[in-house]
Structure formats: structure tokens, C-alpha cells
Design a protein around this ligand. Structure first.
Ligand SMILES: N[C@@H](CCC(=O)N[C@@H](CS)C(=O)NCC(=O)O)C(=O)O
Length: 244
């Protein structure tokens, strides 16, 4: 069996892995794990990843979780262009610098709107408005720091070329974008950055990877989203309770 990727394109880290593999022509078998349907909780998927999360890479008998580890594995195993994960020590260290900061400041913050606007209501939970407001402030603060520390006057987050850092951030940004929240107002640098990254990836690939998340509000309004099965509710309640 060749390379298998277990993904749900509603998930930011899954999309980063998907886009990377597609953009670099890496052949893989897509194994869709539909989280809304609770497929990540199945016995079959638990045998692949006992943590019950996507994305997961399976390369023969080798199994790898964590999107950044997967992206680095793919960058190193296949002949991808150097700019993604530069061989130069300092350029590579800057990619890791961003990824570390991203894990603390972006991941976990930019996905909250999906929980407050779609996933919570799907299981009958309304998140208090004060938490929603706090999350908006956290996103604004994180964006300001990202612009001051990373983007500055550069074309991309760690320099003049696209790296794994840009891909990871773009996919987190797509969550609030899909939920109608305008993060770009008054941020011409960020707007230009997004246009550059999307132009580099290509409109067709972006549309393919983003169509599911971009349709989520419409599907929620039409009530055509699957309602997560009862066995998924406990962990969903826990995730919602952790929203600061
Ligand atoms: N740090 C992990 C995060 C993985 C993760 O949280 N995946 C989510 C989807 S975005 C998931 O599978 N959630 C299912 C659950 O927690 O029940 C990565 O970057 O791969």
C-alpha cells in the first residue's frame, strides 16, 4: 500500500496536509474521516490513531500524526522545492520559530468561531456572547503580533518565499473567513499576503481544498449538516467548555 492520508477537509491541519501533497504532486490515497459523522471515533480509525484525530499519515506500516510532523516528513521524503522547508539552517529555524508560535497563538484561537457558530448549535449548545467577543479580541491581538513579529514588510511569514508556515496559517485563517468574519479590514499587509499565498497555490487547488469549509454556514442554515452522533457529544462539550 502506498501513502495514505486520513483527512477531513473541514479541519485546518488536514487541509494544510492535503494542499501540500496536491501542490507537490505527491501521490496518495485519500481516506476521508468525517468528524461530523463521528467517523474519527470508529474502531477502525482508532486502530490507525488511538488519539482519534486527523490528520494522520500512513506510509506502509509507518503511522504519523501531527500536521507539522507530517508536512516535514513529506517535505523530506519527496523531492519538493526547497523553499517549503529550507535546507539552510537559519531559514529552517525560522519556519520552526513560526510553527512554535502558531501552536500557542493561532491554533485553538482561529477555530473557535466554528464551535460558537456551527458545532455548538448543532448539539444544542450556545456559547456565551462574552466568550465570542473575547475570541474576537484574541484573534485581533494574534494578528497584530503576527504582523509585527513575522510578516513585517516581508512577502511571506518567514521571508521572501512560501514555506510550511504560510500554509499552516492560511488554513487557520480560512475558519473565520468561512464564518463571515472579516479579519482583513484595515490590514493591507495581511490582505496582500493572503493574495500572494493563494496565487502561489493556484485558484483551482484553493477552491478544491476550501469548498467544504466555505459552504459550512450555508449548510448549517439549510440544516443539511450531519448531526454528530451521541458518542461524539462528550468530547465536543469538553472542547466548548475550554473556550476561554
Ligand atoms: N495538533 C494536531 C491537531 C489535530 C486536531 O486537533 N484535529 C482535529 C480536527 S482539526 C480533530 O481530529 N478533532 C477530533 C476530536 O478532537 O474529536 C495537528 O496539527 O495535527
Amino acid at each position: 500500500m502506498g501513502l495514505e492520508l486520513y483527512l477531513d477537509l473541514l479541519s485546518q491541519p488536514s487541509r494544510a496536509v492535503y494542499i501540500f501533497a496536491k501542490k507537490n504532486g505527491i501521490p496518495f490515497q485519500m481516506r476521508t474521516v468525517d468528524i461530523l459523522k463521528g467517523q474519527h471515533l470508529s474502531e477502525q480509525f482508532s486502530q490507525v490513531n488511538c488519539l482519534k484525530k486527523v490528520p494522520v499519515l500512513k506510509d506502509g506500516s509507518f503511522v504519523l500524526t501531527e500536521s507539522t510532523a507530517i508536512l516535514i516528513y513529506l517535505s523530506s521524503k519527496y523531492q519538493v522545492a526547497d523553499h517549503w522547508y529550507p535546507a539552510d539552517l537559519q531559514a529552517r529555524a525560522q519556519v520552526h520559530e513560526y510553527l512554535g508560535w502558531h501552536a500557542d497563538n493561532i491554533r485553538g484561537t482561529f477555530g473557535v468561531l466554528l464551535w460558537t457558530k456551527v458545532l455548538g448549535p448543532l448539539i444544542g449548545v450556545q456559547v456565551p456572547e462574552e466568550k465570542v467577543e473575547r475570541n474576537r479580541n484574541s484573534m485581533a491581538l494574534a494578528l497584530q503580533r503576527l504582523e509585527d513579529k513575522f510578516l513585517r514588510d516581508r512577502a511571506f511569514l518567514t521571508g521572501q518565499q512560501v514555506t510550511l508556515a504560510d500554509l499552516m496559517f492560511l488554513e487557520e485563517l480560512m475558519q473565520p473567513v468561512a464564518l463571515g468574519y472579516n479579519l482583513f479590514e484595515g490590514r493591507p499587509q495581511l490582505t496582500a499576503w493572503r493574495e500572494r499565498v493563494e496565487a502561489f497555490l493556484g485558484a483551482e487547488l484553493c477552491q478544491e481544498a476550501h469548498s467544504l469549509i466555505l459552504s459550512i454556514l450555508g449548510r448549517a442554515a439549510k440544516k443539511t449538516l450531519p448531526v454528530p452522533p451521541p458518542e461524539a457529544h462528550a468530547s465536543m462539550h469538553l472542547r466548548i467548555a475550554r473556550i476561554p
